[in-house]
Design a binder for this molecule. Structure first.
Ligand SMILES: Cc1cc2nc3c(=O)[nH]c(=O)nc-3n(C[C@H](O)[C@H](O)[C@H](O)COP(=O)(O)O)c2cc1C
Length: 363
């Protein structure tokens, strides 16, 4: 089957999908009148993003990344639909008002549950709701979601439809190029085609297969080979869809190369371990004309103030937040000693300001 014919009349690639949500948000940290949707200054709001990463991209991490880049799209960790529907929503979903544009990534497969979660995502003020069809962990497979959903495109399509019916946010899907030993391009093409027919217009494609047997999630991020060409081919075959490429991308030169073939690039581990990579993204990729006056020291100082505020208002230990910025001085002389101070739990009784002074002296 060839998919594109049904799509000729759809919006141009990268055009904003639907009206962004207005006046939404219900938590203390992203209150209704504070929710802000950053108007994209680039043709595609998906041009650059930081990947969803479990245990890593929590709200403190996203707040840190936002201090380095104003426009890059940020994703939450995957949150299971069950946790949202039956758990502490505030704990799982609250975010800081300055994180926008920020997308909630859902894990789940039941269309009714996904629809209900999408409605909650909109109420909390998220800018997008994304469905995880790429996670290979066994726990996720037992719950019959994540990457194994790539074998059930009609179910994903039902989920997408339910989510779209339930909210006015863009509904997007993150997936792999295949599962197990299915290497054929037609597999991912048919998946995208079926899900696009349900109204999904943005696909974030991790350009390697997920091997559901025998590899840990970590190995599944490194061992199956990267095949960027398949993602480029998706863009050629579905020019009206927004196609975002992900997997193994580490430098601005690589990002620039990919942007010649697809609408957007999502960076995961490199953004986390080497966050300063992002310091000129607003100018380089988002069209900001003001030269960046940002320094690592200024970002650290802002994080010190943020950590002090979080300790005071929410009793969050500073180490819980500082762990996300340990890569800030990546590549600089003295970075290791600076990092050792910021990860020294014996200093937990000190204030973040005192720790930052010690870290500065240690370099
Ligand atoms: C610690 C960690 C946790 C991850 N958690 C998620 C997740 O919750 N949802 C998801 O879709 N992908 C998750 N991923 C995969 C990333 O989003 C991304 O697809 C992958 O790391 C490849 O991109 P990269 O090479 O730029 O890191 C995770 C990756 C890492 C390293």
């Amino acid at each position: 089957m060839r998919w594109p014919t049904a799509w000729r009349s759809r919006p141009e690639p990268g055009s904003p999908l639907r009206s962004p949500p207005r006046g939404v948000g219900s938590s203390n940290e992203a209150p209704r009148d504070n929710a802000r949707v950053t108007e994209p200054i680039s043709p595609s709001p998906w041009r650059l993003s930081v990947a969803p990463m479990l245990d890593w991209t929590d709200k403190h991490c996203r707040t840190f990344h936002r201090k380095i880049t104003r426009h890059t799209r940020l994703y939450t960790e995957m949150v299971n639909s069950g946790a949202i529907l039956h758990g502490d929503q505030e704990r799982h979903l609250a975010f800081n008002a300055d994180e926008h544009p920020v997308a909630l990534q859902l894990g789940g497969s039941d269309p009714a549950d996904l629809g209900a979660c999408a409605r909650v995502a909109e109420r909390f003020g998220y800018d997008e709701v994304n469905l995880n069809c790429g996670c290979p962990s066994e726990r996720v497979q037992k719950g019959a979601f994540g990457a194994c959903l790539m074998a059930e495109a009609p179910l994903v399509a039902d989920g997408v439809k339910a989510m779209r019916d339930a909210c006015s946010l863009p509904v997007t899907v993150k997936h792999r190029i295949g599962i197990d030993r299915i290497e054929r391009y037609e597999f991912v093409r048919d998946f995208v085609g079926t899900v696009a027919d349900a109204g999904c217009e943005v696909f974030i494609v991790h350009a390697r297969n997920a091997w559901l047997q025998g590899l840990s999630p970590k190995e599944n991020r490194d061992i199956p080979p990267l095949r960027y060409e398949l993602v480029y081919q998706l863009k050629r075959e579905f020019p009206h869809l927004t196609i975002v490429i992900n997997g193994g991308i580490k430098t601005n030169a690589e990002i620039e190369t990919h942007l010649q073939h697809v609408d957007g690039v999502m960076v995961g581990r490199e953004a986390y371990h080497n966050p300063w990579l992002m310091h000129d993204w607003d100018q380089r990729f988002w069209g900001e004309t003001e030269p960046s006056a940002l320094t690592r020291e200024a970002v650290e100082a802002e994080m010190v103030a943020y950590m002090a505020q979080q300790m005071q208002t929410a009793a969050v230990p500073w180490a819980h937040m500082a762990r996300h910025m340990l890569g800030l001085r990546h590549g600089l002389a003295g970075a290791r000693r600076w990092r050792q101070v910021w990860s020294d739990h014996k200093l937990k009784a000190l204030s973040p300001l005192e720790v930052s002074r010690l870290a500065a002296q240690a370099q």
